[in-house]
Design a protein around this ligand. Sequence first.
Ligand SMILES: *Cc1c(COP(=O)(O)O)cnc(C)c1O
Length: 417
Amino acid sequence: MMNLTGSARYRGKSWPRGNMGGNAGIVLVPIGDEGFFYLGRYFNFSFNEVILMEKNFKKVYNFNAGPAALPLAALQKAQAEFLDFNGTGMSIMELSHRSKEYEAVHNQAIELLKDLMAIPAGYDVLFLQGGASLQFAMTPMNFLPAGKKAGYAMTGVWSEKAYAEAEKLGEVFVAASAKAGNYCSIPAVEELQYDEAAAYLHITSNNTIFGTQWQNFPETGSVPLIADMSSDILSKPFDVSKFALIYAGAQKNLGPSGVTVVIIRRDFMEQANKQVPTMLRYGTYAKDNSLYNTPPTFSIYMVKLILEWVKAQGGVAAIHKRNQEKAALIYQAIDSSEGFYVGHAEPEARSLMNVTFRLANEGLEKKFLDQAKKEGFVGLPGHRLVGGCRASTYNAVPYESCQALQELMLAFHKENA
Ligand SMILES: *Cc1c(COP(=O)(O)O)cnc(C)c1O
């Protein structure tokens, strides 16, 4: 390969043919200050060209709530494989979902998730579409029979939405609610009200909008426990065997949007209502390894890359430790501010994934958010229901971003106290 140095872009000119042979294009990605990473060469180009990706691509501190930051290494891997996946001469998006190359990716994603989350035997990992929002309806469709009632722990907007969908399909009850305090707390597990006859108990493990998170999960015995883990799946180790069903839209901690991961206990799945249409039955996905129809192949491929990244970080325990350190940086800035910043969540309910806080008034909040924006912070304005600010610190958000936010908060406090 040629040695290229400096930041020059080489575009649209003929590359010396001797180096390449045939009609081809090559893609180089700048790495560090000088070097370039050779990504591969592509045939079927009607021109000879070297495409250098813009070296100074925009770098921001991404605190988006979802879709959210993805690990740079996973994005780079996807970029490197984008045009020619594994020597197939095609993008992963162009492969048949029945091809052995795609199926290997699909199965690796499932196995990696089982491995990382220590999912016990007797559970299936499924890939669905329709987001967590479709799960709000699909869970009662399958598991709320006439004559039974399903309990919902109300801890935020997403719990309310799940409850509202179930209410259309059967009988529901509130097992506990934190609404009175504008969802700044999580009910104690002993406070949950339900009896043995309940069809299931539903919780939202992390409340993305309000910034609260269940610190420990209830032991529900024979009552199946169902959890919406969209915004904290894979963020900490926990015992999957407590749950009958876990679902999560991928776009917070697992990958891009477009795929929903379901982890379901097989004996629970077998109790599902058989009258539900094919595509709304978990059994359909389980029976055909989530390949009954065309799955969102590119999203699943991205999930696989992100799971590989999690594994390379040392797995979920290591990620959890990092998440604690990251969130602590921001909570420290809140707690040491003597009321300049006020956290929305009660300290014992604080989320490691979404840190919500306010400033003294909306004018000051606007000033803070404007300054943050100027300094390259993205996604910090809070949800309209809480106002203020929210920093989403999902798995892929780098420690350095949280450090930078802490510095900004301390400096802004000093200047505006
Ligand atoms: C984002 C989110 C949802 C909605 O997910 P969609 O995939 O957009 O349907 C549901 N529940 C929780 C906890 C979320 O964070």
